[in-house]
Design a protein around this ligand. Structure first.
Ligand code: ADP
Ligand code: MG
Length: 682
């Protein structure tokens, strides 16, 4: 690597105690200081007369102390009166040290920076930044940057450290000249120089403008680094070896013949994409996206048949026992009539059954194994694993990464997700995966009607439940999420069940929650599926995947406590059959602004992609990425919605940069991602 990078990568040259604090800010290498950019700017270039300074914006004033006193009522506070030729201003400190009193001796000349507002005692500044000056001290020539910081690290300290490194470090260009020219980007060195010490002609609002060329440059750099690392991860995966899998389509034909429906065009399209991947001799890493109810399970089953036909085993993993169990039943229902063996593995299986499953997996007798993450724990082995399908991929934690390599071969992986990933996220954080999208729902579904109902109108809701049951349809009743306490949540579910069972005496009301033993859960789900139960009271355990087409009413209590994707997933449990389906979102006043925003989105939208996009706007990408997050460098400067053009440019140019200027690519990655995890594993 170049000399420039060696210097930049040196650890900070500061005392250990300070280094520890700076570490909290992510400042470890010398270069990190250069990349630590201002949050905003303060204008200390201009002095306002006290009597004529505007309200509501930070201003710098100068005056002499005419009095100071510590008041004790209504609370202890230090009041300093400052006077200039135009007026008097009170500086008010609620937190202060006795030593500070001395600084404000009568007659001392003080500069104070802060916002002036009208207080009880006249104009005041609360906790201004102050400094003693001598008459005629020069003002700052340009704006003063204000940096993100932590306790114990002051702005002047940061400014000094950053200024030093800006001077000391060579900051060579990492983007190839033609790329900069094509996008009209300014140089990296100019951009950081400008942002850290802006020339006098720049105003604070100009410097905070996202379109400022300096910001554009840094955002692009960051997005480019992300794209480069994603491409590299993608390449690395494609260099792995996997068995090329081709089937003759007979098993698939046989299963299709038994289905009461034909595949949608979208399902056929994604199957073709999967087939093409399976036929390659490097491992597939494909993300299959489709909104709730779009029919991903059938696609998974048909993909599995191809692998089985070619003599391989398939493992299908789901994040919860309820979902895994449902898949097991569904897939055995499709595959066993074709003469295939499907086995089941979960953490709660009895020892004997477990041994049986393990044996069938190890000796190859089971062509398909369905289960929870128990499928990939120690002691599990397959004789010829060719394809792994992971349902609701985003729900798996980092700890559950799959240890799949076997004898130099890796199985193909198909990851399915019903949380639609907004396009911008897919283009950035998921750029290392191939993505297939089922963008069409099976025909014959009547749209779900969503109602927002104040929980004081519970009686009407109960009436509607009666009506739905009398029409031969079934009902989900989802209990409120109680994040603080699982015990309380459980109690609420049990209480709700008792009350509803009494109010709906002529109907059978079941209960399922996360604390039940897996076989109890399975029994309740089976009873609901077979219509023995009319109403199912549930905690959010039913959020993912549960598929009972005869259920047409979903009632969600305290919907205001749930996140958007959770509401969308829950609502997606109905509207699977041909009956008109209704989702009633019960809420309790008062609603927070965030809750209002979420309920509005879910009320107005049915399309999962649009809901996900709104969710991204409301919450930012962090929450979205779930398990991915930890391995993926987050964006500090770029914003996926605002900077879509830069994102597109980076995405388009990354392959070319890697190809034509590999050294530049390496230097760029080193600058932006050094010390962070560069390659994705899940
Ligand atoms: P998801 O994509 O949410 O996992 P599922 O695979 O559970 O959806 O499918 C939802 C429902 O739609 C299931 O009852 C399934 O049998 C049915 N289904 C799937 N594909 C079709 C199709 N092409 N036509 C009609 N119904 C379908
Ligand atoms: Mg599903």
């Amino acid at each position: 690597m170049t000399h420039a990078n060696d210097l930049a990568n040196q650890p900070l040259n500061v005392a250990p105690a300070l280094a520890k604090k700076l570490d909290k800010l992510g400042l470890r290498r010398r270069l990190d200081l250069v990349l630590h950019l201002p949050l905003r700017y303060e204008d200390e270039t201009h002095l306002y007369p006290i009597g004529a300074a505007p309200y509501g914006q930070p201003v710098l004033v100068e005056g002499r102390v005419i009095s100071h006193e510590v008041q004790f009522r209504p609370r202890k506070q230090l009041m300093v009166r400052l006077e200039d030729a135009s007026g008097v201003l009170v500086l008010r400190f609620i937190h202060f040290y006795p030593s500070q009193l001395k600084q404000f001796a009568d007659g001392v000349l003080i500069r104070a920076m802060g916002e002036i507002r009208r207080g009880f005692h006249g104009d005041e500044m609360v906790h201004p930044k102050t400094r003693e000056v001598v008459e005629g001290s020069p003002l700052a020539e340009s704006l003063t940057p204000v940096y993100p910081t932590v306790n114990g690290v002051t702005q002047p300290m940061l400014r000094k450290l950053i200024r030093q490194e800006l001077k000391a470090l060579p900051l060579p260009e990492t983007l190839p000249e033609p790329v900069m020219a094509r996008l009209g980007l300014q140089s990296f060195a100019d951009a950081v120089q400008l942002l850290h010490s802006p020339p006098p002609e720049y105003s604070a609002s100009q410097l905070s403008e996202p379109g400022l060329p300096a910001w554009q440059r840094l955002k692009f750099d960051e997005l480019m680094a992300q794209q480069l690392s994603m491409r590299l991860a993608y390449r690395a995966r494609r260099q792995g070896q996997a068995a090329a899998i081709r089937g003759n389509g007979q098993l698939r034909q046989a299963m299709l013949a038994t289905l009461p429906f034909a595949l949608t065009r979208a399902q056929q399209k994604v199957l073709a994409e999967i087939d093409a991947d399976l036929a390659q001799s490097h491992p597939m890493h494909r993300l299959l996206q489709g909104d709730v109810g779009s029919g991903k399970t059938v696609v998974a089953a048909l993909a599995a048949l191809t692998a089985i036909e070619a003599g391989f085993q398939v493992a299908l993993m789901a994040p919860t026992e309820i979902l895994a169990e449902q898949h097991y039943r569904k897939l055995s229902g499709w595959l066993e009539p074709l003469g295939l063996t499907v086995c089941w593995l979960s953490g709660s299986l009895r020892k004997k059954q477990k041994e049986q499953s393990l044996l069938q997996m190890a000796n190859g007798e089971a062509q398909l194994a369905v289960g929870t993450h128990a499928l990939f724990q120690d002691g599990v082995s397959f004789s010829r694993l060719g394809l792994v399908i992971v349902d609701e991929q985003h729900r798996f934690g980092v700890g559950q990464r799959l240890a799949l390599k076997q004898k130099g071969q890796e199985p193909h992986q198909l990851m399915m997700s019903a949380t639609p990933i907004p396009r911008t996220l897919a283009m950035s954080f998921y750029a290392d995966l191939d993505v297939s999208v089922i963008d069409e729902l099976p025909p014959g579904r009547t749209p779900i009607v969503t109602k927002l109902i104040n929980s004081s109108r519970r009686e009407e809701v109960i009436d509607y439940v009666h009506k739905t049951c009398s029409e031969g349809q079934q009902v989900y009743w989802v209990c409120p999420l109680i994040e603080e306490s699982e015990t309380l949540q459980l109690q609420t579910a049990v209480d709700t069940h008792r009350v509803l069972a009494a109010q709906l005496a002529q109907w059978k009301v079941g209960l399922v929650h996360g604390r039940m033993k897996p076989d109890e859960k399975a029994a309740v789900m089976a009873a609901f599926t077979s219509r023995e139960l009319h109403v199912l009271v549930a905690t959010t355990v039913i959020e993912v995947g549960v598929d009972v087409p005869n259920a047409s009413l979903m009632v969600i209590e305290h919907a205001e406590r749930m996140g958007l994707s959770q509401l969308h997933q829950l609502r997606g449990r109905v509207g699977r059959g041909s009956a008109r389906s209704v989702c009633m979102l019960l809420f309790e006043n008062p609603l927070s602004e965030l809750a209002k925003a979420r309920l509005k989105v879910i009320y107005e939208n049915v399309d999962g992609f649009e809901i996900a996009r709104q969710d991204l706007l409301i919450r930012g990408p962090g929450e979205f990425l779930g398990a991915r997050q930890s391995g993926v460098p987050m964006l500090r400067f770029a914003n996926l919605e605002e900077d879509i053009e830069l994102l597109e440019a980076a995405r388009e140019l990354a392959p070319e940069v890697l190809q034509r200027w590999p050294e530049a690519a390496e230097a760029h990655l080193e600058r932006w991602l050094s010390g962070r995890e560069q390659y994705l594993k899940a």
